[in-house]
Ligand binder design. Structure first.
Ligand SMILES: Nc1ncnc2c1ncn2[C@@H]1O[C@H](COP(=O)(O)OP(=O)(O)OP(=O)(O)O)[C@@H](O)[C@H]1O
Ligand SMILES: [Mg+2]
Length: 277
């Protein structure tokens, strides 16, 4: 069964693209057919990996011309099994046309049904927009990275709560259930501030039924930044924990995250891990 994971947060710079590219690369290396769909007007996820084949078209044509999956619209990255629908709408005009089309918010859901992958990861823009609504309505799972630096974790959660409330009636009318949001605590370090934010978010989750907190936490590591500067997947950049460091390696964290999000692929993921030992 295909799974569509939207990585969202209406705040910028919290690690959405980093999560999308690193999780996608790990899953592809484990042997799962994986597609990244870049819905951000800034093509961070699209430009992370070297492309072994660049399709002439991207998200603009896919959404505006109702294209089928083909070499016209699907690029291939240098990682075997990892494909990409690139972002190519720098002016954001797609947003306007989706806003005015009667089927705008559910177009992606309908189009992705034709794509044959194990996992589809949607990278989204750090702002509330019709594109974010469209991603939530297409998703089987919603993952939202939150960092201790997210100006106010409380405000973010309230904001997403409002968004869920606003979208739910429309979704329900169409027979769609918006998935429970799963918060991914990102860039966690040993400071008191990190512990306070973690506690606050967990306390809020205990009171709300529309979001939960993932057990996997992503440490604040320069390795994620270095891997990004080199265009290398984090788990390939740091396969092992450096001697003496407490924080998990990028490989350990991405494997934990993959297992937590996709227990149905546990066998495939653990088999891959065994080949590395
Ligand atoms: N766990 C981490 N440890 C260290 N640095 C990280 C970590 N996660 C993300 N970063 C860094 O934080 C910066 C922002 O990350 P990223 O671009 O993934 O955020 P984003 O949410 O996609 O931002 P935008 O809203 O602009 O699209 C990048 O420089 C990235 O390398
Ligand atoms: Mg991004």
């Amino acid at each position: 069964m295909k799974k569509i994971i939207a990585v969202t947060n209406s705040k910028g710079g919290v690690g959405k693209s980093t999560t999308v590219v690193n999780l996608a690369a790990l899953l592809a290396d484990a042997g799962l057919r994986t597609l990244i769909v870049d819905l951000d007007i800034q093509p961070t996820a699209s430009s992370y990996f070297h492309l072994s084949y660049e399709a002439p078209f991207g998200i603009s044509e896919l959404l505006s011309q109702n294209l089928s999956p083909s070499d016209q619209v699907v690029s291939r990255t240098s990682i075997d099994g990892l494909d990409l629908v690139k972002s190519n709408d720098p002016s954001g005009s797609l947003s306007t046309s989706l806003l005015h089309a009667p089927d705008g918010r559910i177009r992606l859901r309908r189009l992705l049904a034709r794509f044959n992958y194990d996992i589809i990861l949607l990278d989204t823009q750090g702002a509330r927009s019709v594109v974010l609504d469209m991603a939530l309505l297409a998703a089987d799972m919603v993952v939202s990275p939150v960092t201790p630096a997210t100006l106010s974790a409380r405000e973010f959660i309230r904001g997403m709560g409002t968004l869920y409330n606003d979208l739910s009636p429309m979704a329900e009318a169409m027979g769609i259930t918006i998935p429970t949001m799963r918060v991914l605590l990102n860039q966690i370090d040993n400071t008191n501030n990190s512990s306070m934010v973690i506690e606050l978010v967990k306390d809020m989750a205990a009171e709300e039924d529309w979001f939960t907190v993932l057990q996997t936490e992503v440490p604040d590591l320069v390795a994620y930044k270095n891997a990004s500067a080199l265009g290398v997947a984090a788990h390939r950049y740091e396969p092992k924990r450096p001697a003496g460091r407490q924080a998990a390696s990028c490989m350990e964290t991405m494997v934990d995250l993959a297992l937590e999000l996709l227990p149905e692929h546990e066998e495939t993921i653990t088999a891959y891990c065994k080949t590395l030992k």
